[in-house]
Write a protein that binds this ligand. Structure first.
Ligand SMILES: [Zn+2]
Length: 213
């Protein structure tokens, strides 16, 4: 299966509602991008990281982006679970990301059952009108997994590194039944099977529009 070349990307924007979303949804892809394209410019925006979750977000971003050239990390403090009711302020904040002019925007899945995730997915499409947008998936109790159509094959070492970094940097989530290494390895195994990954592992995304240039 042929795809977009990693080394052709110059600017990438990652958007996440909560402090661990980008890492869970596309942490392996982040590690691959940084290692295989050291000149890449990255803007990383987290919209809600209340209390101790702010430090978790900052330290985790630093770990995932180690080796990247001057990555920009923005951590906002919008109230978690209330994004639909803070839409005006979140949209204003989203607009400040626009001048970055990314080649690719990674955001939440449009049909994600978490209301905060859906707000950011909608704002990505509403704000970036001529960009490649890839929507990542977050496993959750609500059971909203679908059929992604865009895949990034990942080595086992990279998948394990992602899972280890997530477990290490988000101790506030450690008591949750879903927050386990085996879940973070199981999802890439299923997606790897679906894209015939040579490593058997992959992260998956939803792509709604792509141009053949
Ligand atoms: Zn989230």
């Amino acid at each position: 299966m042929r795809g977009i070349r990693f080394d052709a990307l110059q600017k990438v924007l990652f958007v996440g509602a909560h402090s661990d979303d980008i890492e869970i949804g596309c942490g392996g892809t982040v590690l691959k991008l940084v290692e295989e394209n050291p000149g890449i410019e990255i803007l990383w925006a987290v919209f809600s990281a209340e209390g101790g979750r702010r430090q978790e977000a900052l330290r985790s971003a630093e770990a995932f982006l180690a080796g990247a050239k001057n990555p920009q990390v923005v951590v906002e403090n919008f109230r978690s679970s209330y994004f639909p009711y803070q839409g005006e302020q979140i949209k204003d904040c989203f607009e400040t990301l626009k001048p970055f002019r990314p080649d690719v925007v990674f955001t939440h899945y449009r049909e994600d059952r978490h209301q905060d995730h859906r707000v950011l997915s909608d704002l990505a499409w509403n704000t970036f009108r001529s960009h490649v947008i890839l929507e990542y998936e977050i496993p959750k109790y609500d059971g909203d997994f679908g059929q992604p159509n865009f895949f990034v094959p990942l080595s086992e070492a990279r998948c394990r590194r992602k899972a280890e970094l997530v477990m290490e940097h988000f101790p506030s989530q450690a008591g949750k039944q879903w927050f386990t290494t085996d879940l973070f390895m199981a999802t890439p195994r299923i997606r790897g099977m679906e894209c015939d990954s040579p490593t058997r592992l992959a992260e998956a995304f939803y792509s709604r529009k792509l141009s053949l240039a």
